[in-house]
Design a protein around this ligand. Sequence first.
Ligand code: ADP
Ligand code: MG
Length: 475
Amino acid sequence: MSNVSKEALKAAELWQEFLKIVTGRYSQETCENFFVPMEPISFFEGTITMGVESPFIEDWVSGNYTDLIQDVLSQIAESPVRLELVVRPKLEASEAKLARKKPRISKAPEKIEQPVSSPMPKKEHKSSEVIKKKPLFDERYTFENFIGGDSNALALAAAQGAVKSPGERYNPIYIYGGPGLGKTHLLHAIGQEIAKNHPTWQIAYLSANDFLNEYLAALREKKMEIFEAYYCSACQVLLIDDIQFITGKPSTQDELFKIFELMRGSHKQLVFAADKLPSEIPDITDRLVSRLGSGLIADIQAPELETRVAILQKKAAAIGLKLSSEVAFYVASAIPNDVRNLEGALMRLSAEYDLNGRPLSTSYAKEILGKVLKINPVAVSVADINEAVSEFYHLDPKLLTSQTRTKKVARPRQVAMYLCYKHLSTSYPALAKDFNRKDHTTILSACRKIETLLGKSEAEIVEAINAIEKRLRRG
Ligand code: ADP
Ligand code: MG
C-alpha cells in the first residue's frame, strides 16, 4: 500500500472512531451538518487533514469545534493530533446525495449560499425560487430555550412584542450586545414564532453579509427587480443579523435604506442585531444610522450568575448530561462573559464524561476546564492565595482563616474564598476546612457575593481581583 493511501486509511479510521464518540452526544444536526460530511484526507505526523465543503463550514468548524476534535482524536490516537481543514467542494454526485439528506438546521445551508468572492460553483436560482425562499431556523433557538434575566430583559420583551403584533409595537427593533449573548438566538426565536403564527408569511432572516452578497448577485445577474420585489412586497418580516458588517458598503447601505423605508411604511416588522450601536458602526450613512435607531434599541449584557447557571442546566438537560448544581455553579462562576464559552465548557465536560465515564464532580470539572479553557492560570495553594490577598489588603493572613467577623476582614476573606474556589481544584467542603469553617455554605455565599459584585462591575472588587491574580501569576 502506498504511503498516501495508508495516510488516508488512518485518517478514515480515526474519523470513524471520532464519529462513534460524538454521535448521540452532540445534536443530530451538528453531527449531520458538520461532522459526518467532513472528509478524512490524510493523517501524517500528528496532523489530520480533513476536507470540508465550503469556506463557511471551514470557518464554523475551526471556530467552534477545533479544540473538541483535536482533543477527542488525541485521546483516540493516544498522542497529540492537530486538525487542518481544507475546502474541497464535493463532486456533483455526492452533492446530490447530500441534498437528499437535507439538513434540518438553517445555519449551514443558508450561509453556504455562495459569497460573491467564493471559488465555489454558483447555483442558478430560478426567479420563482428567489421569491419563495424560506429561511430555515435553528430549531434549538426558541423562546422556550432562551433564559431570561435582568441582563436581557428588554431585548427579550421587545422580541416577544414583535411576535405578538409584528410591525405594530416596536419597529424597528435593534438588539445590540457583545458576542455570544444570545442576539442570534433571539432573531431565530422571533422568526420561528412568527412563522408558526403566520404560516403563509415570508420571513427573511439573514446576516448583513448575506444581504450584501444577495444584493451584489442580484446586480450582477440583473435580477434587481426580483430582489426588491421580494423584500419590498413579498416579505413580511426582515431579520438582519450582525448589521455592523454593513460598514463601508455605501451602495448596499442605500439599498437597505430603501427597503427599510418601504417595509416600515407598510408596517412590516424589522429587527436588527449587532455588536454595537448604530452610531458606533464605522462608515455608515447618517440616514441609515438614524433609521436603525428610530425604534426600540435594546441592549443585552453579560448574564448574571443565576442566569448563567440556568442556561447551563437547560443546555445540559438538552444533551442529556447530568450536571449537579454545584458543578453548574462552578462552571458559571468560572466563565463570566460569553454564553458560547459556557456551551463550549459544557460540551467539553460532556465529551470527557463520554470518554471516561467518570462522574462529573466539581474537582473533576475544574481539572478538565482548567486545562482546556485556561481558566486556571494561577495554579497555587490556599496559603499562596491568602498571602496575596492579605498583602493586597494589608492584613495578617491568619485573620483570613480566623473567626474574626470585623468588616475589615470580612470582604478580604470573601475575596480569598472566591479566588481559592476559582483557581484550585478543591471542593466547597474541603475549602471550608481550609478556612476553619464548619459549613461549606460560607464558601458558597462568599463566592456568590463576589460574583454578584463582579457581575455589576463593582470597580473596587474588579481592581482587587485583577491585582491579586496578577500577583499570583508572578508567583
Ligand atoms: P450572539 O449572536 O449574541 O453572538 P448567540 O445567539 O449565537 O450569540 O448565542 C450563543 C449561544 O449562547 C447560543 O447557543 C445561544 O443559544 C446561547 N445563549 C445565549 N444567551 C442565552 C440565553 N439567555 N438563554 C439560553 N441560551 C443562550
Ligand atoms: Mg450572532
